[in-house]
Design a protein around this ligand. Structure first.
Ligand code: WT7
Length: 659
């Protein structure tokens, strides 16, 4: 980004085709929605909540801020999320419409209609009830992308159980931590997951987790058959999903819950070592999931929508399990990876299934650019992508070069790209273009979603003028916001409603700058110790604790991020060992050992890319690690900062040497 902000870059106006029939057509329509929210904030959200959701008991209250920042929305209304996503669509005549087109890693395709998905959800829900799972219980879901994965989430919602999906790439230790923190009564998993032609374990990792202390709450483990390979089953605890669900009735009386009932918990990294269990509501969350799917993706009845995220992340929750289904859309659920059997997989699937809306992460785009530039066969031009009408990007800033390539080669120059800024905590899009309205500027997520009061302020909470960078905040509560951190309301308050802003503003944890002329937002990156690696959020402290827990080897560790062309940021660890500083092959061997250790402690996504060994870390005289120096070293930059407070300046030369 340049000092002037992104205005020097090209602006793309929405084409006549993008505007035609769009839910929000032109900036005047966008402005009108913003004005409506401005004039009557509660009325604006209430209107959408009545239009988009089916309530068992209509709400009479909208926003309750009497116990801020523990805001409540639509609190006296009752509803059920699965009824909204499934029954409602069957009832309005969409029973035979395809809800999910599932494509397995190996390419097999299974289609599920709304009636079938409702029936399967009811069977799993009845199965869970037969095991005694009730409203308010927590259920961990540790499964890969599958129809049963989506149905299991919907089934929990149906009986009022709160699901917590754990991404299949997390280790037994991470799974254990989440099981303990949620106090889950059941775990839903599969025997294996299949990714990139490889069969990877799931159930045995659940076994490993449950064997660790702290998992006594789990009474039942339900296992979906994926590989069919032999696995260990613990009598009295483990059962096949087929045995529990397949003979159950295909109808199931829903549990009507209050709008504030926790629909799910999803763990995400913060700036301290322990991941936070972000708690989302039922009514407000589902409203924003549906509303943003409708307006940001302009979803229409004939669209084929494909969000490539995993259901283990919030993107998969909002834009696979809930948003598109709440609107009666048809969506793709993909088990595999973008590079298998080759890097043309995404383009082939768009062609085969006539995908019209495609939503993916910049990191995937960047790696596919590399592959396409090396081999025409996997270049998007070798496929018919004419079905596409809207493209989306999420998870990290998209650099203008990747944006232009995505626009030209994937979108054929005709599809608007919605660069959607949001977070696990926000539940849905916060700052994003609307495809039939917003002029696009590559690298900018443009303007707040109508109703969202995003702003850029200084440390004291004062607005900074456009053109000057600052801290991204949201000035008013919104329906799909995080309700609390599970079991730690104090941490919720401290993390998101800090005293710096008198507890008034939601602190996103990102820096941002608004363009001097257009007011467009560009996200400048996290302002806390959180890294974004391939669109995955990782706390530096979390990785540090994993490293120092290798007590046999590690005396001290500090983790920082450095820019990476493909993954956005890369993890760089500086490690002091309990033995003399290794060099050469020994250093390489220990680095590998430590990477594997972190992989086992957290999961492969947390493995540091660089590991450097030192006799010490750069510290101030009071013993504080000087991370800004480490960040420069990680980048390979010469140190130009003031090092006069450094206790041991010589250490910089040593740590500057690459392995
Ligand atoms: C962090 C949230 C939101 C779903 C996936 C990630 C970064 C997210 C963008 C974007 C620039 C972005 C921010 C944010 N981020 N989207 N369009 N442009 N940065 O959810 O794991 O909760 O991470 O991802 O830093 O705070 P998450």
């Amino acid at each position: 980004m340049t000092a002037e902000g992104p205005t020097e870059l090209k602006t793309y106006l929405p084409s006549a085709a993008a505007m035609a029939g769009a839910h929000v057509q032109g900036m005047a329509a966008y402005d009108a929605l913003c004005a409506e929210a401005e004039a009557d904030y509660a009325g604006y959200w209430a209107r959408h909540a009545r239009e988009l959701l089916t309530w068992k008991t209509p709400f009479t209250q909208v926003l309750d801020d009497s116990n801020a920042p523990f805001f409540k929305w639509f609190a006296d209304g009752t509803l059920n999320a699965s009824v909204n996503c499934l029954d409602r669509n069957v009832e309005r005549g969409l029973g035979d419409k395809t809800a999910i087109i599932f494509e397995a890693d190996g390419g097999e395709v299974t289609r599920t209609t709304y009636s079938q998905l409702l029936a399967r959800t009811c069977q799993i829900a009845n199965g869970l009830r037969s095991l005694g799972v009730q409203k308010g219980d927590r259920v961990i879901i540790y499964i890969s992308m599958s129809i049963d994965g989506v149905a299991a989430m919907q089934a929990c919602a149906r009986i009022g159980a709160t699901h917590s999906v754990v991404f299949g790439g997390f280790s037994a230790q991470s799974l254990r931590d989440r099981i303990e923190d949620t106090g889950a009564v059941a775990v839903i998993t599969a025997d294996h997951q299949v990714r990139g032609g490889k069969q990877l374990p799931l159930k045995s990792i659940v076994d490993e987790a449950l064997a660790m202390p702290g998992c006594g709450s789990v009474k039942n483990v339900l296992v979906v058959k994926r590989s069919g390979a032999d696995i260990a089953m613990t009598a009295g605890r483990d059962q096949w999903m087929a045995d529990v669900a397949d003979r159950q009735p295909t109808t199931c009386e829903p549990e009507w819950v209050g709008a504030e009932h926790p629909l799910f918990l999803l763990y995400t990294s913060g700036s301290t070592g322990k991941p936070k269990g972000v708690q989302h509501s039922t009514g407000g969350y589902l409203l924003h999931a549906a509303l943003t799917t409708k307006l940001t993706f302009d979803l229409k009845p004939d669209d084929v929508f494909w969000c490539t995220a995993d259901i283990g992340w919030v993107t998969g929750h909002t834009y696979i399990t809930y948003g598109p289904l709440a609107l009666g859309g048809t969506e793709i659920v993909f088990e595999g990876v973008p590079t298998y059997p080759d890097a043309g997989r995404f383009w082939k699937m768009i062609q085969d299934h006539k995908v019209s809306i495609f939503y993916t992460a910049p990191t995937a785009i960047r790696s596919l650019i590399k592959a396409a530039e090396a081999n025409d066969k996997v270049h998007p031009k070798s496929y018919d992508l004419s079905s596409l009408r809207i493209l989306g990007s999420v998870g990290e800033p998209i650099n203008p070069a990747a944006w232009e390539w995505y626009h030209l080669h994937v979108g054929g120059g005709r599809c608007p790209i919605v660069d959607t800024f949001w977070q696990t905590e926000t539940g849905g899009h916060m700052i994003t273009p609307l495809p039939g309205a917003t002029p696009l500027v590559p690298g900018s997520c443009t303007l707040p979603f109508p109703g969202i009061q995003a702003a850029v302020v200084d440390e004291t909470g004062k607005d900074v003028p456009n053109g000057q960078g600052g801290i991204l905040v949201v000035k008013k509560p919104w329906p799909s916001m995080i309700r609390t951190i599970w079991g730690d309301p104090e941490r919720f308050k401290k993390s998101y409603y800090p005293d710096d802003f008198k507890g008034q503003y939601y602190l996103a944890g990102d820096g941002a700058i608004r363009d001097a002329k257009t007011g467009y937002f560009t996200i400048t990156g996290r302002i806390d110790d959180v890294l974004n690696v391939s669109g995955h959020r990782m706390g530096t402290m979390e990785i540090e604790s994993a490293l120092v827990s290798c007590t046999e080897l590690v005396a001290e560790a500090a983790v920082v991020g450095r820019p990476d062309d493909t993954t956005g940021e890369a993890i760089c660890a500086f490690v002091v060992l309990k033995r003399p500083r290794p060099t050469g092959d020994e250093a390489k061997a220990i680095a590998k050992q430590l990477r594997d250790w972190v992989g086992k402690e957290i999961g492969p996504i947390a493995k540091p890319k660089d590991i450097r060994f030192g006799d010490n870390l750069p510290k101030t005289r009071s013993g504080k690690i000087m991370r800004r120096l480490l960040r420069s070293l990680a980048k390979g930059e010469a140190i130009t900062q003031d090092t006069s407070t450094l206790e041991n300046p010589a250490i910089l030369d040593q740590l500057g040497e690459n392995l």
